[in-house]
Design a protein around this ligand. Sequence first.
Ligand SMILES: Nc1ncnc2c1ncn2[C@@H]1O[C@H](COP(=O)(O)OP(=O)(O)OP(=O)(O)O)[C@@H](O)[C@H]1O
Ligand SMILES: [Mg+2]
Length: 252
Amino acid sequence: MSTPIDNSQPLLQMTGIQKWFGRVHALRGVDFEIKRGEVVGLCGDNGAGKSTLIKVISGYHVAEQGQILWEGKEAKLASPYDARALGIETVYQEQALAPHLSIARNIFMGREPTTFLGLMDQKAMNEMSMKALASLGLKLRSPDTTVATLSGGQRQGVAIARVIHFKAKLVILDEPTIALAVKEVREVLEFVRHLKSEGVAVIFITHTLHHVFDVADRIVIMAHGAKLADIATGDTNVDDLSDIIVRGTYGD
Ligand SMILES: Nc1ncnc2c1ncn2[C@@H]1O[C@H](COP(=O)(O)OP(=O)(O)OP(=O)(O)O)[C@@H](O)[C@H]1O
Ligand SMILES: [Mg+2]
């Protein structure tokens, strides 16, 4: 697939985003943008506001102030449903999957195709699941396998196969490599490269700069609810980025 990507305007453009939790000022006027097919690593210390920012994008939190444009138009992101309808899919850590259900059920969770009798169409689900998994290069024995028996990397693969099937334009991965073995981290990075090659934009949150640096086009560092730095990976390196996070300052 090689549809030319129109990158004349950002896919998502957020300006002046403010979010409060009671007296906690979690986002202090954050500007953030991402283009089609771009991979952005979102880094920064605990409590910096990373998850809050992506929850605003995925419709879980509504910002008190700020503007959000999607494909150049004002976007309403009042619920996760709104975000999904635009093509924004979020892959959380473990809670995204139901371990006791099959791979196929996990891919379709809540959006199962039905037969004309209104029953869940198991056959269609199995076929579409295997197709989505195969397109990721992930070979799993059967769509009936329960997720509980999969490795951490394979589970991330199933979660990502879901977003591939539903044709996401922006995929958000909140710490997808936490608690994964080295080989599994590599698998997840391959999934990210695959999404990028399909023109899908990816926001990848991690505390481990090494995990995201090679796959990211740009790194955004947050601190205390604000954006501290926004740098193309070609213009920096992991050591300099780590220094920025540790010092909590940039550009002085
Ligand atoms: N639902 C909530 N209710 C109240 N405060 C919250 C809530 N969610 C986040 N916060 C607060 O907002 C701030 C930003 O939190 P957030 O979870 O966005 O940080 P983070 O960068 O994702 O951190 P971590 O790396 O630890 O996941 C923190 O002070 C946090 O305590
Ligand atoms: Mg977080």
